[in-house]
Design a protein around this ligand. Structure first.
Ligand code: AMP
Length: 177
């Protein structure tokens, strides 16, 4: 069971920054969550909790704030951690998927040997907005034969309907706006 008190204390530390990185965007700044060790620990614990009994083999963290939560969640779930990164950042052979942005396209990459066929995967990021980033990550994991057991996000912007694009998956978020 989620602890309402700990989720409330996490929500209290998420800071709204208007017009960042550009006009019209209300940026959800998680650095105050990170700067308090009790809130950081609670975030990791609550994000991992729904997946404790799902025999997760690999946590995939999405660059860059997904790394911050993903690695300690892998520790809690006693499994490995794999980064998904922007193009050109990973040193070894990669699989790549491109996805649509509001203007233009972007891409994400994963090491081709990062996941083996049939491994149980949990995908982690800080925030779900339109779901484009998460959907591209699901495609990467599927390309490598990973079995997506769920996605865990600290924040979900419900108005942007990201969850709709991910409706075949078990999506869990802690704080919704
Ligand atoms: P999307 O692909 O639209 O779901 O966007 C999710 C990615 O963009 C995540 O990696 C977030 O870190 C980042 N992001 C999108 N919107 C915001 C926002 N309002 N505040 C903070 N990060 C955001």
């Amino acid at each position: 069971m989620e602890s309402k008190d700990s989720v409330d204390s996490i929500a209290d530390r998420i800071r709204d920054v208007p017009d960042f990185p550009k006009k019209g965007i209300l940026f959800k700044d998680i650095t105050p969550v990170l700067s308090d060790i009790d809130t950081l620990r609670a975030s990791v614990k609550e994000m991992a909790a729904p997946f404790m009994d799902l025999e997760i083999d690999v946590v995939v963290g999405i660059e860059s704030r997904g790394f911050i939560f993903g690695a300690p969640i892998a520790d809690v779930l006693n499994c490995s951690f794999v980064p998904v990164r922007k193009p050109g950042k990973l040193p070894w052979k990669t699989e790549s998927v491109s996805y649509e942005l509001e203007y233009g396209t972007d891409a994400l990459e994963i090491h081709e040997d990062a996941i083996t066929e049939g491994q149980n995967v949990l995908i982690v990021d800080d925030l779900l907005a339109t779901g484009g980033t998460a959907e591209a990550t699901c495609k990467l994991v599927s390309k490598l034969g990973g079995n997506i057991k769920g996605l865990s996000l600290l924040i979900e912007l419900e108005g942007l309907n990201g969850r709709k694009r991910l409706n075949q998956y078990n999506v869990h978020s802690l704080v919704q706006y």
